[in-house]
Design a binder for this molecule. Structure first.
Ligand code: ARG
Length: 284
């Protein structure tokens, strides 16, 4: 995650930002982010990247890239406004010991914002049509042993896959069907039988209901309708709602504000650091 110390809506690259330039409160954003951070820190280890001047959208770390098994496909942003973030994220991943793959500038790819693994890891769902270009999907094919399935986004409000599609850890799918073209919807519905699909209403989709951080049985997301929260609880999930309206002004919510990392790698790094500590010094 990246604290919103330098967060602001400074330009318009999605419909949510329209009319919201400089309209967010950094103080409120900080409070909301802290609540999200604390909720996640209870169930996961949260690592941080320092915010950098000139990159107000850096808080949306889901767009840093897509990481799994120590490999990261770094994002190549569609808009020049966000391209400055690439070097910052790259440095972070290199320092953390990831094998870094860079995606060409000509074929934008916006990381976990547009690419999500199925619960069993066998399928990598990748969006295109708004930000990520379908040509970038080929790079992903070589990186992990997963079938890459391309799905086309058609509604500018749901410009990243993680705003309208969320494979949940139990094998269910939370999604907003109207955000996809018919062929893509066919692919999605062929992979998820009807009892596995949780269809989100337009209202909940606009509350970023699909933009969920899903860890085990816990779902952390923006405030959604009572009906949807009840349905998710009925399926055995613990639902934690955190108000994130300051970030919706930039077009993002819970999932956009986080990126899933390769836990093994960081556990190893911690162990290495521990092994290298001078124990006599610690004892003193
Ligand atoms: N203002 C950012 C953008 O338009 C928001 C990114 C939201 N991130 C996400 N993963 N959906 O790029």
């Amino acid at each position: 995650m990246c604290a919103p110390r330098l967060y602001d809506v400074e330009y318009v690259i999605n419909p949510w930002m329209q009319g919201n330039v400089h309209a967010s409160s950094r103080e409120r954003a900080m409070e909301q982010w802290q609540r999200l951070h604390d909720a996640l820190a209870r169930i996961a280890t949260v690592l941080l990247i320092e915010p950098e001047p000139g990159s107000p959208d850096m808080v949306f770390t889901a767009n840093a890239g897509l990481a799994r098994d120590g490999v990261v496909a770094l994002s190549s942003f569609a808009h020049p406004e966000r391209q400055g973030e690439e070097a910052h994220f790259r440095r972070w991943f290199e320092q953390a010991g990831y094998a870094v793959t860079v995606v060409a500038r000509e074929t934008p790819f916006e990381g976990e914002g547009d690419s999500l693994f199925s619960a069993d890891g066998g399928t990598l769902w990748v969006g295109y049509g708004t930000r990520t270009r379908v040509e970038s999907h080929d790079v992903l094919r070589g990186l992990w042993a997963a079938d890459v399935v391309s799905v086309r986004l058609t509604d500018p409000r749901f410009y990243h896959l993680d705003t309208c599609f969320a494979p949940l850890p139990n094998g269910d799918l939370l999604y907003y069907p109207a955000a996809f073209d018919a062929e893509s919807l066919g692919r999605i519905e062929a992979a998820y039988p009807v009892n596995r699909r949780i269809v989100v209403s337009e209202d909940d989709a606009e509350r970023f209901a699909c933009n969920v951080v899903a860890l085990g049985r816990t779902l952390v997301l923006n405030r959604v309708s009572a009906g949807l929260a009840a349905e998710l609880r009925g399926r055995g999930f613990v639902v934690i709602e955190v108000e994130l309206d300051e970030f919706m002004k930039a077009g993002g919510a819970a999932k956009c504000l986080t990126m899933l990392l390769t836990p093994e790698l960081h556990v190893k790094a911690e162990a290495r650091a521990f092994a290298e500590t001078d124990l006599t010094e610690v004892a003193a």
